[in-house]
Design a protein around this ligand. Structure first.
Ligand code: SAM
Length: 372
């Protein structure tokens, strides 16, 4: 029998399952227990709803090796998030209580429980559902019934696995926990078996737990007194526009980018009109430009004459009103005065302070014989 292969790979299917769950429930605080190489956290950091992302693993070396995958990219500084995102990695065991994991909307344990000895599993379930008590939890573990379809599985799929459960074993464990800690649980999975072996079920079985109660403030404050045991390996607050200095940088970037686009579009039209009929290749009749080149749908080109960019002598004027009319700028910057004070010092402004001015240089002369 041909061994089963998954496309996309099974691990990606598990992550995709979590991501689609996040997309549906929009949790703000998410933790991944047994995060290993931080692959799931890396994907989760792009989800806008998440404000706090935490990973926990007992393997400190792997955390230290992979933590760089969670540092912000240059793009995060150029286009800061709307809400701050904090990412923290802890070295610690899921069998130990630490108040840093209180109050989470979602906690995931992807292919973790099968690495725990029986007594550790019991401790972990009490820590997860009794202490951390997240609003939702996702637990995935191998479905042992699927193993007959995999090649080279002597006893378990991995040498570190302490057990692998059938669907019945997993579901009876999960239902017992759900009842003990006042959760409901639903079962699902990823890694669909071939049609002729449908009866074995998914390759990875998944339990999704949902908390049925609201914890009292008193209970939470007692838990918060628990001594912290996890060690922080990585802590990063991503740039966001809630921070004034990142907001100003973002306004500056987006405003100057659009000012440059408007200037180029204007110069393109200007030199095209000036060179009308002079180029040999220029056989098309010229009409008033209705759209702007370079793919710029200029929102500023509207009824309001104050917003019209123009050329006077050898200077281009881009009214600040035109920049502010661009939705991306408007999202970040409320008033003309704010815009003026942020960009002043980085560009030359007209004498009345209402327009960015650019001198026209020889390099700006668009030769329309080059335009295709
Ligand atoms: N969740 C990861 C993923 O989906 O990519 C992979 C999980 S890996 C198979 C199991 C992880 O659990 C390992 O990184 C291991 O170090 C971690 N682990 C095992 N026992 C643990 C414990 N008691 N506390 C925290 N992490 C533990």
């Amino acid at each position: 029998m041909e061994p089963v292969r998954f496309r996309p790979p099974l691990s990606k299917q598990r992550y995709d399952y979590v991501l689609s769950f996040v997309d549906t429930y929009k949790p703000k605080k998410v933790a991944d227990l047994g995060c290993n190489e931080c692959s799931l956290l890396h994907k989760l950091k792009f989800w806008k709803c998440i404000e706090l992302l935490v990973g926990v693993d007992i393997d400190e070396d792997t955390l230290k090796l992979k933590k760089h995958t969670l540092t912000p990219l240059p793009a995060h500084y150029l286009q800061p998030l709307h809400k701050p995102l904090t990412v923290t990695l802890y070295h610690g065991s899921v069998c130990e209580k630490d108040p840093v994991l209180l109050g989470f909307d979602l906690i995931t344990c992807i292919e973790l429980i099968e690495h725990l000895e029986t007594d550790d599993l019991e401790r972990m379930q009490d820590v997860l559902f009794g202490f951390m008590a997240p609003q939702r939890a996702i637990i995935s573990t191998p479905n042992a019934e699927f193993n007959i379809l995999l090649s080279n599985v002597p006893r378990f799929r991995h040498t570190d696995h302490k057990f692998e459960w059938s669907r019945e074993e997993f579901q009876s464990w999960a239902l017992k926990i759900a009842s003990k800690y006042n959760y409901t649980v639903e079962f699902s999975g990823v890694g669909v078996p071939p049609p002729e072996h449908e009866s074995v079920g998914f390759c990875s079985q998944i339990g999704v737990f949902n908390k049925n109660y609201v914890e009292s403030e008193e209970s939470i404050s007692i838990k918060k007194q628990q001594k912290s045991v996890y060690n922080t390996v990585f802590h990063m607050v991503y740039p966001s526009i809630q921070d004034e200095k990142f907001l100003q940088k973002a306004v500056l970037n987006v405003a100057l980018y659009h000012a440059d686009m408007i200037k180029n579009s204007l110069l393109y039209s200007h030199f095209r009109k000036e060179g009308k009929g002079t180029a040999e290749t220029d056989t098309e009749p010229h009409e008033e430009e209705s759209t702007w080149p370079f793919g710029l749908q200029i929102e500023a080109k509207n009824e309001n004459k104050d917003q019209e960019p123009f050329i006077q002598g050898d200077t281009v004027y881009i009214p600040l009103e035109a920049i502010l009319a661009i939705s991306k700028v408007k999202e970040l910057c409320k008033s003309l005065n704010d815009l003026r004070s942020i960009i002043a010092g980085n560009v030359t402004l007209s004498s009345d302070g209402n327009a960015i001015i650019y001198p026209i240089t020889l390099e700006d002369d668009y030769d329309n014989t080059d335009i295709h």
